[in-house]
Design a binder for this molecule. Structure first.
Ligand SMILES: [Zn+2]
Length: 315
């Protein structure tokens, strides 16, 4: 915990000093990992080059179906149909975003406020206040081209649970993976209901720091998630992860059925054959307890890199 506190302070200091070098680097790194969807020339012109589609031409403008609007480039859920309203301005309009999904930045024109996907930095459009359209008095004016619509009935997301040390880092890497639509950090495996982070840090609850990964099995398989889990932490470390020492930082796959267990075991066997001494535990998944809000999407919110995880190609 002391480690996390000092890292937190370090991050705070560097933010204040303005040393944060964000989106360009992140974009390149994430693209290198082939996480993003391929874009058409029109999508590139809007999402990367911050262009605007012609008004009244987007295919989501008059969409009234129930569902979720996700980022065209990285599949992050941005808006729900509940927040969509008709502003007659020619572009899809929303009066609220999904928490933390949209980032506001001053537009290059010096007047407007640009909105981008908080995950990949893809251009969405602009946000306007004080127009009085809805009770929230906010209009996210979003290009149809920047989004994809997923109807409610087609959502067939599954959840996987992984522990690989500090959950900030585990979540950071899984958020980058194509097919992962949401991540939540929390605790599993202990004997205390709804524990606080502070309680877990005492080492007396028996809990591990876990990331719950909501993924679309049509895009990414459980097998690939397991391989990525091994490739993003040191699974041979027996006393924690990196500088984080303690039982809450141990490596573990929490499986939910025999199929997941078999896939996890197969990959452990593959690593053993490659000569690795795998310390990762394989346990049936108990209740997942969500951690406090300030732990959720930690690195995404402060724009920094994990200190205890890195990607290494193994498979
Ligand atoms: Zn995105």
């Amino acid at each position: 915990m002391e480690n996390k506190l000092s890292i937190f302070l370090l991050i705070l200091c560097s933010l204040i000093l303005g040393s944060c070098t964000m989106s360009g680097q992140n974009y390149k790194e994430q693209n290198d990992m082939k996480k993003y969807n391929e874009l058409t020339p029109l999508e590139k012109a809007v999402i990367i080059d911050k262009g605007t589609e012609r008004p009244f031409t987007g295919d989501l403008l008059n969409n009234k179906a129930e569902g979720t609007y996700i980022c065209k480039q990285c599949n992050t859920p941005l808006y729900t149909s509940d927040s969509k309203f008709d502003s007659h301005c020619g572009w899809p309009s929303f009066d609220d975003e999904i928490g933390g999904a949209v980032k506001r930045i001053p537009d290059a024109d010096g007047r407007r406020t640009e909105i981008v996907c908080a995950h990949c930095g893809g251009h969405l459009g602009h946000v306007f206040m004080g127009e009085g359209f809805t009770a929230k008095d906010t209009r996210h004016c979003v290009n149809s081209v920047s989004m994809k619509f997923v109807p409610s009935q087609e959502s067939s997301l599954q959840t996987a649970y992984f522990a690989s040390g500090c959950f900030w880092g585990t979540e950071y890497y899984f958020q980058k993976l194509r097919g992962v639509s949401q991540t939540t950090v929390g605790f599993m495996g202990g004997h205390v209901d709804n524990p606080s982070y502070k309680e877990v840090c005492t080492g007396e609850t028996g809990h591990l720091e876990v990331t719950a990964i909501a993924y679309d099995p049509k895009v990414v398989s459980y097998d690939l998630l397991v391989k990525y889990f091994f490739e993003t932490h040191d699974f041979t470390q027996t006393n924690g992860q990196g500088p984080d020492i303690g039982s809450q930082y141990l490596s573990c796959i929490f499986y939910q059925n025999e199929e997941e267990k078999a896939i996890a075991q197969k990959n452990i066997d593959l690593l053993t054959q490659k000569g690795y001494k795998v310390a990762t535990m394989l346990k049936p998944a108990p209740t997942f307890w969500k951690a406090e809000d300030y732990h959720q999407q930690y690195y995404q919110h402060n724009g920094k890199q994990p200190y205890c995880h890195k990607y290494t190609k193994i498979f």
